[in-house]
Design a protein around this ligand. Structure first.
Ligand code: COA
Length: 188
């Protein structure tokens, strides 16, 4: 059984990742400079196949799993990014999210547009209580993104993550269902 989720925005649509997305995912996820704050940077296409087939759940809303959506541009139908959703606890009332766009699609408002719809889906359809995201303090684009969406900074952990060979700080941002104001926070 697999979840076939489809979400649409003005310029984008999001759907569950497929094996046929592997090459597109590898192309931008392997960009080590753009993704320097990410924990997973594939070195090979095979690693990306393993990620899609074994490391993400084919079913949404399963405790202790990640579910992976890809973001496609409506005008070109190409995969331009992805959003991972981590269903954290047993009751799955809290989720963690992470978003990655290919470099040539930064600065267009795509991440904000995609996440607005995904966050609304998580709160309204899946009835989640709280969404969190973990960000390196040097990742200014990501901080700007979540603050634009209304997330609050809750914690600054010092050297709490060993990433790409060094200890780095970690910011935790969170958004409660009752704090979500999609229309006020949107660019579009
Ligand atoms: C995090 C990340 C997705 C943010 O991307 P982004 O392009 O900055 O965010 P958006 O797609 O929402 O675009 C917002 C920008 O587009 C601009 N923009 C241009 N046209 C726009 C439009 N039509 N509508 C809205 N915004 C528009 C905004 O002004 C804003 O630019 P600014 O930050 O200079 O003010 C991206 O930097 C990324 O993929 N980084 C690598 C992966 C990563 O580190 N992910 C985070 C860890 S999970």
């Amino acid at each position: 059984m697999t979840t076939n989720l489809h979400l649409t925005t003005q310029r984008l649509f999001m759907r569950s990742v497929r094996t046929t997305d592997v090459q597109a995912l590898f192309d931008y996820r392997s960009d080590a400079e753009t993704n320097q704050y990410q924990g997973w940077i594939p070195q090979t296409v095979d690693e990306t196949v393993d990620f899609v087939q074994n490391r993400v759940s084919p079913i949404i809303n399963q405790p202790d799993t990640w579910f992976q959506l890809v973001i496609l541009e409506q005008s070109t139908k190409r995969v331009i990014g992805d959003v991972g959703i981590h269903f954290m606890d047993e009751e799955s009332q809290q989720v963690e999210i992470g978003c990655t766009l290919r470099k040539d699609c930064h600065g267009k408002g795509y991440a904000t547009e995609a996440l607005k719809v995904i966050i609304t889906y998580l709160f309204e359809e899946l009835e989640k209580h709280r969404i969190v995201t973990s960000i390196d303090p040097q990742n200014l684009a990501s901080i700007a993104l979540v603050e634009r969406l209304g997330f609050r900074k809750e914690v600054h952990f010092r050297e709490s993550i060993f990433l790409n060979g060094q200890w780095v700080d970690d910011l935790v941002y969170a958004l409660l269902k009752r704090e979500w104001r999609p229309t006020e926070k949107s660019h579009n």
